[in-house]
Write a new protein. Sequence first.
Length: 318
Amino acid sequence: MDFAFILDPLPSLKAYKDSSVAMMRALRDRGHALHALGPGDIRWEHGTTRARVHALDVRDDDDDWYRAGAGETRPLADFAAVVMRKDPPFDMEYVYSTYLLEAAQREGALVYNAPRAIRDHNEKLAIAKFREFTAPTLVTRDADALQAFVDAHGDAIVKPLDGMGGASVFRVRADDPNRNVIVETVGRGGERTVMVQRFIPQIADGDKRILLIAGEPVPYALARIPRAGETRGNLAAGGRGEARPLDARDREIAQALGPVLWAEGLFLVGLDVIGPYLTEVNVTSPTCFVEIAQQTGHDVAGHFAEALVAQAARHRGA
């Protein structure tokens, strides 16, 4: 089969740890062809959604991991599946990409994650669908309400709704002399909607990333453990990744959310869990494939590839 991946610029991908590269290598190992494009390569013209794509020769050398062929323009419906792996920011250009991918779906393309589902699941606010698993949380622009939440809980995490990798995530205590400026900065003086959650002390044991593939959990999570003096476990913020088998609470959350999210077309999801609480639902470009595979031997990318090929085969036979 022939698969298209929508990616950030290829030279920017760190092949030694990048989940998208691991996915493509797994598909290559199974005999499939690969093409790459960026969001800016997609266009709708005379009723057809096309993109300028480059055939990829994907290699195992992390320092020289690909060769890109000459560009060609093809309808997205020509591919067995189109895999959307563009990192945030989830800005209006990202939204426009999802509109174009929806048009491709109407023309018969198989697109994962489903573009409408990506739009409908803000990675922070999607937890509102599953409030039985969440810590006390407030989402608002109202600075007074944010301050009252911090007073009520004494220790809280304040973050914007559009960040990734731990960017602009602050821990605020009731007696923090900087709490006013933190609330003002994150909320841009009331112009931006902010999420505040009660601080979960189990972060010291790791912020676990649980992966769902076609609604089913990968049996291992990656616990991202904050470095000394830090409250964020994100790998991008210097956290250390430790793979662990799912515990009973992890499985409870994954089994409750998996079928619901898969029914909406979310083929690959990263659930963030701290202690007993769900904190985020990642749907744009979930990662941690390589770290889990290296530490446990579980071939996450192979799991992904086989599930994707199975869905593409069903789609072709529909």
